[in-house]
Design a protein around this ligand. Sequence first.
Ligand code: GDP
Length: 295
Amino acid sequence: MFENLSGRLQQVVKTLRGQARLSEENISDAMREVRMALLEADVALPVVKEFIAQVKERAVGRDVLQSLTPGQAVIQVVHEELTRLMGEQNVGLNLAAVPPAIILMAGLQGSGKTTTSAKLARLLKEQKKKVLLASADVYRPAAIEQLKTLAKSLDVDCFDSNATQKPQDIAANVLDFAKRHFYDVVIFDTAGRLGIDEAMMGEIQQLHALLNPVETLFVVDAMQGQDAVNTARAFGETLPLTGVILTKLDGDARGGAALSVRHITGKPIKFVGVSEKVDGLEVFHPERMASRVLG
Ligand code: GDP
């Protein structure tokens, strides 16, 4: 379990060799290294601080199992705690609603909402659901076209919205259409801006009220690093989120955003995006992510 650790954490394992019990003193150097490792993985500073405090509390006083060195014991506690904080087990989509079950997609522009909407549609189609995609991104007509093109490639229906309509009207029309045509699931893509702004938040709140979604998914780019905290906080305060999708994990990001976003929103990460392609969506595995974050 420890062979892939970064040099930093290997050092923890070495410096604690030969001690039988973990104490405040003997783990403080180790904790400094863990702290650096988490910051390097782009976990936000306040989250790192709180995390270290929790790990210390759990680790101090622990007897070191015969099979482990004290350093390994510390890393094990860190790994366990990371996994626990990220949710232990994968939580799937909840579609328990009178059909159509609505999935509302929220997040900044460029986070991967449109691509992820198509990925989810593909997944649900495979599960034999009758899926409708819809876009209310009236500020970027190209985004509506992008969704229509993706839908076509998947042979999934896409609601025929356009940039002259109001997002709220699109929502009402989509609901009506989906009911009349007996769709099981509607995936509703929304507009994002480059940064958080009041108009966007007000609009998505209204859409949420109109659509009454069973899932409100916050889509966030794993490459966002430290900024993920502010975005997650803003969306978490605006909407009753039910889950998170972390995109672009196929990039260099060590995945620290996973810990930050989970910590800030308190909501499970349900899926991760691992490629630009429509089949690049995987269920989230907290244990694997903990290993990735530790480096
Ligand atoms: P939106 O503005 O939130 O709707 O974002 P888009 O869905 O248009 O995605 C923005 C860019 O990120 C596009 O170039 C996508 O192909 C890309 N993208 C989305 N998800 C992933 C992913 O999981 N991995 C990679 N490598 N690229 C992604």
